[in-house]
Design a protein around this ligand. Structure first.
Ligand code: 3H9
Length: 690
């Protein structure tokens, strides 16, 4: 028998333990091993009941996700759980499944093959396949509605959210909750039920068939453009219409449709990508990590307030400094309002809000900063001011404190030069709203210490963020690329596309928001000021976007002035504004830009391929460690649709030769790495970091 599975006998129960760390995935050999152990226990007259349990931290967390790519490439036959499920269901001795940690995907499906399920109080169960673009493929869409009721099952399969053991118990998925030691509790449970199991009844509790259309409408909204949630609903609906075996066949068809479609490939890339970015060459388990128990934040504006919330949400007290009482009060009022909104929405009780607020010490001086383990500066973008602040905190901070800046564009090295401890200085670039967006770009300066990087990567996890390490250059990874994307969006308007046409093309394609609406939200004046400051850096003869500046000259800063690329009513609802089209027309005439009809395809290619072309340079320069790091930055910080995999993954899915041809057709300077890979037939994902 495979060592992936351990088998033993305890007090008349045959115990099968899955031993495939870290999450007991159903890798090749696991289902077969369970089945062999099961058959041995069935044949053993001393065994009265059979128990299946996970070793280590969890029950089975699902199919081995790595296998799916191999299946599509024809290198693996994939998971065939059917023989195991039949062997469990047909066992003449009761099979009890004991769940701790998570029983997810194929894990829950296997558990449903048993006659009984018991769970530890902290366990969770779910069918999260849609999160990787799939649906349950081993009968989950057929067994779960029979066990848990149609609506709950359809929701679990369509949206992928796991439920607690208590809820699973209430719904009938789990037969008993076990207090104390799971294994001994489960053995007692099993030995109290040694009679031959009855064949399973395959009936449904009452349900309203209209639920499927309700869920489809919900899925179209919450999972815009995604195919798997709809396929999951179809499969559960089929369960209610077809005999069990035919329902399973329909599920398989729908599962294969998802598996061989593009979205699962992209979402699986995103799943592993999020885990890959945590791995930094040269930084390992042996790199020392500094404890972060107290934090201080400078600046109580939108970013500083959001950063403060992140720390206190993670239980880390914060000293929050502003320069004027008015700004401090305003910042605290915003924090209070954000928390009160969460309480009103039922996300957490008032007591949690009070606890979090009590962890913040608002102040106008640097008192207590000497005790902070990390000090984060979040004042407005100006090098002189940032250097002044860093020189000040250099004098106050204790040795070993991390000095972090939330700059989104400025050089970490120059900021660090204002201190006598550049090894302790690092960029921690949060994304607005900082208490919501998952991305944290961690910017390494030339002198930043490895332990400081390791600490910030760990901190990202504690703050429930996805930390991605990037190099120091203007705009780092995310903003350096977005600059190219926004530039093209503006050029398109100057060349005759209406703002709503540009935004609609990208929104429909899957971006959370169109680029021009995004500019209005962020404030067009921010870029306008930066462009004025960096005007001297413009290359002579190079085309620069002018339309945003034209709008700013007319006081149209975006949402905050009720006008930008759109007009806004008092609820900030946008409507297209013909005046913007007229301003663009006039600008084009003055600049000698020919206006024309612009296709959706051109809008998509010019904006999205601008991201990939700049991303290729960033990769080549070693500013990003890997192409997947760029993808994850866009998925977690810029509203790029996960089912498209990220800008580099998307470009590669189009074919790099095709991308290069488009880049050249647009008259751009192609990134040398793109040229090289396109000619060689190479891949961003095999390109070594510089
Ligand atoms: C499925 O089941 C289809 C079925 O219907 C059957 C079809 C026939 N496979 O997340 P973590 C790795 S589809 C392979 O950091 P946590 C992960 O990459 C599947 N590897 O830990 C990481 O590796 P590394 C349905 C997996 O404690 C390590 O394990 N199931 C898998 O924060 C630790 O992971 C899912 O979608 C896997 N299934 O969270 C569940 N899962 O250390 C997906 C994890 O090298 N998994 N790894 O970077 C999860 O949601 C979380 O991993 C879990 C643990 C909650 C389990």
């Amino acid at each position: 028998m495979s060592e992936l599975i351990l088998s033993s006998k305890q007090a008349g129960a045959g115990v099968i333990t899955v031993n495939n760390p870290p999450v007991n995935a159903l890798s090749p050999g696991v289902p077969e091993g369970i089945q062999a152990a099961l058959e041995a226990h069935i044949a053993d007259p001393e065994v009265k009941a059979i128990l299946l349990i996970g070793g280590g931290r969890t029950f089975i967390a699902g199919a081995d996700i790595k296998e799916f790519g191999k299946v599509v490439a024809g290198q693996s036959k994939g998971h065939n759980l059917l023989p195991l499920m039949l062997a469990m269901e047909d066992s003449p001795k009761p099979v009890v499944v004991a769940i701790h940690g998570t029983a997810l995907g194929g894990g829950l499906e296997v558990a449903m093959g048993g006659h009984y399920r018991v769970a530890a109080a902290g366990a969770q169960v779910g069918q999260p396949e849609v999160k990787i673009g799939l649906i349950p493929g081993a009968g989950g869409t057929q067994r779960l509605p029979r066990l848990a009721g149609v609506e709950l099952a359809a929701r679990m399969c369509a949206f992928g959210e796991p439920i607690s053991a208590a809820k699973a118990h209430e719904a009938g998925i789990v037969d008993a909750l076990i207090e104390g030691d799971l294994l001994s509790g489960a053995i007692d449970f099993a030995l109290a039920r040694t009679e031959r199991p009855k064949p399973r009844e395959r009936v449904f509790r009452g349900f309203d068939p209209a639920i499927f259309d309700t869920l489809r409408a919900e899925a179209r909204k919450s999972h815009r453009n995604q195919t798997a949630p709809l396929a999951a609903i179809d499969a559960v609906e089929a369960a209610t219409q077809l005999p069990f075996a035919e329902g399973c066949a329909r599920e398989r068809e729908l599962f294969n449709g998802c598996l061989y479609g593009p979205q699962s490939k992209a979402l699986i890339h995103a799943f592993f990508g999020e885990r890959e970015v945590a791995k930094v060459p040269g930084i390992g388990k042996d790199t020392p990590v500094r404890p972060i128990q107290r934090a201080a934040v400078i600046g109580a504006g939108t970013m500083g307030g959001g950063i403060t919330m992140n720390f206190v949400n993670a239980g880390i007290p914060v000293r929050l400094r502003e320069t004027t009482q008015e700004a401090l009060d305003r910042g605290m009022a915003t924090i209070r309002r954000n928390y009160a909104n969460s309480v009103a929405k039922g996300r957490f009780p008032q007591a949690v809000m009070d606890e979090r607020l009590a962890r913040i010490t608002p102040q106008l001086d640097y008192e207590g900063f000497e005790a902070a383990d990390i000090i984060t500066e979040a004042v407005y973008e100006g090098m002189a001011l940032k250097k002044e602040i860093f020189a000040e905190i250099d004098k106050i901070a204790k040795p070993g404190a991390i000095l972090a800046t939330n700059t989104s564009t400025l050089s970490i090295d120059e900021i660090a030069s204002a201190t006598k401890r550049p090894a302790d200085v690092i960029g921690t670039h949060y994304f607005s709203p900082a208490n919501v967006m998952r991305l944290l770009e961690i910017v390494r300066g030339a002198a930043t210490g490895a332990d400081v990087i390791a600490t910030c990567m760990n901190l990202a996890k504690s703050l429930k963020k996805v930390g991605v390490l990037v190099g120091n250059c203007r705009g780092f990874v995310g903003n350096r690329m977005i600059h190219c994307y926004l530039r093209e969006a503006q050029f398109l308007v100057e060349e005759g596309a209406a703002p709503e046409q540009v935004d609609a093309a990208l929104y429909e394609w899957g971006m959370a928001m169109g680029p021009l609406a995004m500019g209005d939200l962020a404030g067009l004046d921010v870029g306008w000021r930066i462009r004025k400051e960096f005007k001297h850096l413009e290359k002579p003869g190079e085309r620069v976007p002018l339309i945003s500046d034209e709008l700013c000259e007319r006081g149209r800063f975006g949402q905050k002035t009720s006008a930008g690329y759109y007009k806004y009513d008092e609820n900030r609802k946008p409507t297209p504004d013909p005046e913007v089209v007229a301003i663009a027309r006039d600008l084009a005439r003055r600049q000698g830009i020919e206006q024309r009809e612009i296709s959706k395809e051109e809008i998509l290619d010019r904006t999205l391929l601008a991201l990939a072309n700049e991303g290729a340079s960033i990769l080549d320069e070693g500013i990003a460690l890997r192409a997947v790091d760029i993808d994850v930055i866009y998925l977690t910080g810029y509203g790029f649709p996960a089912y498209r995999g990220g800008p580099m993954f998307y470009a590669e899915s189009l074919g790099l030769a095709h991308v290069l041809q488009r880049v050249e057709a647009f008259g751009w300077e192609a990134a040398p790495l793109l040229v090289k890979l396109a000619l060689e037939g190479g891949s961003f994902y095999r390109a070594a970091a510089g």
